[in-house]
Write a protein that binds this ligand. Structure first.
Ligand code: UD1
Length: 336
């Protein structure tokens, strides 16, 4: 049985990934500083899987705190979620974003070298592509200059991995997520945004629940069929499963190069209005929304070519848009 260190494992994507890892027989150690999550997620994971993951509260950007984990636990592989992730905030606090996100990745890699740990899966993002010239976009498309420090840290970690994996003693897989939404079907874990949500789905569910007055759709004059932006929304449980197959690939020695990149999306583009319609249908709630100005930095449209992930990882997203919006709604309802 292999043991995986999941950094940021009490967070939104991390917690879903811990559940999927455990259900496939992996042992999990979660390390998280709880800056943007809560310790009771560990109880909730145990409720779902019947197995309590080891939980270590630690600030992994601190060299000593990171090293102590490796000194006291056997670890076979790492999935690295721990990072600050708010695009807007990253523009206000760029240095904090670089310090935190890069230092965590570097500390993990330094300890991997020190302990002879071979496998690293990095939480990356489709934001590395910028505004694509064509869709769907595949992994060969060149990355574009980042539009935020957050996006830049995702690119920089990929670049660090490029050189760190050269010697071959560390093998890494960067999963480039499109737009993760939804929650576990038990509604025991999900996304817990701090304060006013920036992202579309929590804003929709909070508006429907009466916590926000109205959703503003950022722009309806884009060159898309209905004028609103298009994204590739993916169920967080499908996304979590992609991490498990990436880890399996490593332990089965199927990596084709020391650093591999995979798009993790559904391959379908949906507009903001498609999301609203799906939400209204599955929830039976009429959403109060209006059209507003475009949001600075938004790409017009992007969706994934997932051919490589299907072929190499044997992974394909399975859950529909309605399943995504319904699970997000169930999660919101149990929060109240
Ligand atoms: C952003 C980041 C992405 C990050 C993700 C999750 C960029 C380019 N992308 O994705 O890297 O992984 O957040 O943190 O920075 N919308 C509204 N009204 C709202 C909120 C959103 O109309 O109140 C629209 C947006 O204009 C966009 C779509 O909904 O078209 C999705 O927005 P959002 O959920 O914020 O995700 P992204 O911006 O795509």
């Amino acid at each position: 049985m292999k043991t995986i260190l999941v950094t940021g494992g009490t967070g939104y994507i991390g917690s879903h990934t811990v559940v999927e890892l455990q259900s496939k027989g992996y042992e999990v150690i979660i390390a998280d500083n709880l800056a943007n999550s809560s310790a009771d997620v560990v109880d909730r994971i145990e409720k779902i899987t019947g197995i309590r993951p080891v939980f270590i509260k630690a600030d992994l950007s601190k060299e000593q705190e990171a090293a102590a984990i490796f000194d006291t636990h056997h670890i076979d592989g790492i999935i690295n979620f721990a990072a600050y992730k708010a695009v807007g905030e990253s523009c206000e606090k760029p240095i904090e974003y670089y310090q935190n996100n890069l230092q965590i990745a570097l500390n993990m890699l330094a300890n991997m070298k020190r302990m002879g740990i071979q496998y690293f899966v990095q939480s990356s993002s489709c934001t590395v592509y910028g505004e694509p010239k064509h869709n769907p976009i595949n992994e060969d498309c060149p990355t574009m200059p980042a539009t935020s420090p957050y996006g830049n840290t995702k690119q920089m970690v990929e670049e660090i991995l490029h050189f760190v994996t050269k010697s071959g003693d560390i093998k890494a897989i960067a999963l480039r997520y499109f737009n993760p939404i939804g929650a576990h079907h038990t509604a025991l874990i999900g996304e817990l945004p701090n304060g006013i949500p920036n992202n579309l789905i929590p804003y929709i569910t909070q508006t429907a629940a009466g916590l926000r007055q109205q959703l503003t759709v950022f722009g309806n004059d884009y060159p898309t069929p209905d004028g609103t932006c298009i994204r590739d929304y993916i169920h967080v449980v499908d996304l979590a499963k992609a991490h498990v197959v990436a880890m399996d690939r490593c332990f089965e020695n199927r990596n084709k190069s020391n650093l591999e990149y995979f798009n993790i999306g559904t391959g379908n583009g949906f507009s903001v209005l498609d999301i609203i319609r799906s939400f209204e249908k599955v929830s039976g709630v009429k959403l109060n929304y209006c059209f507003g100005k475009r949001r600075e930095g938004d790409v017009v449209q992007i969706w994934a070519d997932t051919t490589l992930a299907e072929k190499e990882l044997g992974w394909k997203a399975e859950l529909s848009l309605d399943q995504m919006t319904l699970s997000a709604w169930h999660w919101q309802q149990q929060l109240q």
